[in-house]
Write a protein that binds this ligand. Structure first.
Ligand code: AMP
Length: 397
């Protein structure tokens, strides 16, 4: 059975075709800069063939057509026709109150997704566009939607409720949902396989550090707490998102700068974080390089990021009363030796120690704590696509 997994962003579609017999990746790639004058398209198949080119891709529907054409290409494609694909899995950030599990897309589900778009206006609408596009070009194919909020459904009410008027919870579902759930689902299960232990017996802190970044405290298979909240804006300082701030800053700046709601939301989501502080980049590679050349604001941005991750590791250690495993994943967690080292520095009293030699690598699965250390510190490249494809298989069978 072949499953196509799509992760649609506002101007991009990440795709992966998986064979579910061996759970292997048959082909994957990205259509980026959709709606721009020139879009970037990349493709890689299991035979090792790679291609990158530019074309005009005006919207998500055209993007899906491009993906299907690449997959069916006579020379380097991996399928003969659309019928070779059994189902399509879609990532969706916010399930709101409606979805506690992945679900087959029906008219009723689509109505609820549209309602969920109201509380996730930045993330859900492009993902919904992906579903509509597939319905057009692959009519009749089962679409399954998987939510990043699902993994966190067990957060206790005294942690998920904000100190706000209770009627906002009742009227508007204002509460902590948490995100990156598909990534946490993968890495927490995977760590159990690595150590041959039932993952539901472990107390885990997982750090998903990418352009969007969060930390989760997971005890015996359930999220206890996570840093993202009602939206993916809360918590850590991220590439372009501010993370935790004093909420009083928002009305203050709106008055002083004359911003309306959309403008302030744009600044907090897209112009803040390490980009806003450094004024240079949201990419940690650029910041590490600039800081090493003496750029003060890049140094500051990196130190702020490191402090906030450490802060939550400490907090969640208290919440869980000690941990068995600390996991790093996401683009920064998987690839930045320097960030992992800086985050773990001086956490020895919590049992968190890393071996600097073992930590000197990127992009692979590896234990980086010394042998026999009580707390295992582990790097695991995430695999959200596999989690989606497994749910697709479960639901359509
Ligand atoms: P993600 O959102 O998980 O794809 O992560 C993307 C981010 O990972 C990029 O914006 C970079 O900041 C970061 N990243 C990727 N490779 C490296 C690296 N070698 N060193 C530091 N940061 C990296």
């Amino acid at each position: 059975m072949k499953v196509l997994v799509l992760n649609s962003g506002s101007s991009s579609i990440k795709y992966q075709l998986l064979g579910m017999e061996n759970e292997n990746c048959i082909a994957k790639g990205l259509v980026d800069k959709i709606g721009f004058d020139e879009s970037n398209i990349s493709y890689k198949n299991q035979a090792g063939y790679k291609n990158k080119y530019t074309a005009v891709v005006k919207d998500h529907l055209s993007g899906i057509k491009v993906i299907l054409d690449i997959l069916m290409d006579k020379e380097n494609g991996v399928i003969n026709s659309i019928e070779d694909i059994a189902a399509v899995g879609h990532r969706m950030a916010h399930g709101a109150r409606y979805f506690k599990d992945s679900v087959l897309v029906t008219e009723d589900v689509k109505e609820k997704i549209v309602k969920a778009c109201e509380i996730a206006p930045l993330h859900n609408p492009p993902q919904y566009k992906g579903i509509l596009a597939i319905e057009k070009v692959m009519p009749g194919i089962p679409n399954v939607v998987c939510f990043d909020t699902e993994f966190h459904k067990g957060i206790p009410d005294y942690i998920s409720t904000y100190g706000l008027p209770y009627e906002w919870l009742e009227k508007y579902d204002i509460r902590k949902y948490g995100f990156h759930g598909l990534s946490y689902k993968y890495v927490t299960r995977r760590v159990g396989e690595m150590f041959n232990i039932d993952w539901k017996k472990l107390k885990i802190i997982a750090c998903h550090l990418g352009n969007g970044a969060s930390v989760a405290a997971v005890k015996h298979g359930e999220t206890v707490d996570t840093t993202m909240g009602f939206t993916p804006l809360q918590g850590l300082i991220m590439g372009t998102r501010c993370g935790d701030i004093d909420p009083a800053i928002v009305p203050y700046i709106m008055k002083r700068e004359g911003y309306d709601v959309d403008e302030i939301s744009d600044v907090l989501n897209k112009k803040s974080g390490v980009l806003g502080v450094s004024g240079i980049s949201s990419d940690f590679r650029d910041l590490e390089e600039a800081a090493s050349k003496g750029d003060e604001r890049s140094r500051l941005a990196l130190e702020m990021f490191i402090y906030r991750v450490k802060f939550y590791i400490g907090a969640y250690n208290a919440v869980l009363n000690g941990i068995d495993v600390l996991i790093f994943t996401g683009g920064i967690g998987e690839n930045s030796t320097r960030m992992r080292q800086a985050i773990c520095q001086n956490l020895g009293d919590l049992g968190i120690i890393i071996d600097l030699e073992k930590n000197d690598f990127k992009g692979k699965e590896r234990v980086i704590s010394p042998l026999n250390n009580k707390v295992k510190v582990v790097v695991i490249p995430t695999n959200e696509e596999l989690m989606i494809a497994r749910d697709v298989k479960r639901i359509i069978s």
